[in-house]
Unconditional design. Structure first.
Length: 186
């Protein structure tokens, strides 16, 4: 596929993925998913050797996204610093400490301190190509992550695509997918 057709292919896929997500979310127990995702993230943090004083990025989920509130709370209870994104006017991401009610910016480079980066997405294929909402915010941020950071897209069960998703040179791959049903590393 030529790079000129890829944005069109991505744009064409999004409405179907959003519609499928709406149907999928309607049948899920949000509180149960929130708790299951938090347990799974904590297990991954232990697997990666992350503990008090380490940093994990998370995000504050939209209603249709897999919930992350319990994850943020559980990580903080373990002494792990959680930073969440703030979308800037140029669609890049700055970061702030989730525990900071004033949401003071930490800078675009704060993601480099994270040992685990949790990202939203609409879908991921089995080689780690992530399709987001189209702003490129996370691709820019992931390019600044630390060399040893692991990246997991947080999805609903059933959102991993068996067919390859379109990708451009700037698209940053993820290392796996985390859902309420478990984690799959690629």
């Amino acid at each position: 596929m030529s790079s000129a057709s890829r944005p069109d292919a991505k744009t064409a896929l999004r409405p179907g993925l959003v519609a499928a997500r709406r149907e999928r979310v309607a049948g899920r127990d949000r509180a149960e998913d929130d708790a299951a995702i938090a347990r799974e993230v904590l297990a991954v943090a232990v697997e990666l050797g992350l503990g008090p004083g380490d940093t994990v990025t998370a995000y504050e989920a939209w209603r249709s996204e897999p919930p992350t509130a319990a994850t943020i709370t559980a990580l903080a209870a373990r002494g792990i610093r959680v930073i969440v994104p703030v979308t800037l006017p140029d669609k890049d991401l700055d970061w702030c400490d989730a525990a900071d009610d004033r949401r003071r910016p930490l800078g675009r480079e704060a993601v480099a301190a994270a040992g685990l980066v949790l990202t939203p997405g609409l879908a991921v294929d089995t080689v780690g190509t992530r399709l987001g909402r189209g702003g490129g915010s996370y691709d820019r941020a992931l390019a600044r992550r630390g060399a040893d950071a692991r990246v997991l897209a947080v999805l609903h069960p059933g959102e991993v695509q068996t067919e390859r998703l379109p990708a451009d040179a700037h698209d940053e791959p993820v290392d796996g997918v985390l859902t309420a049903d478990g984690t799959t590393w690629f």
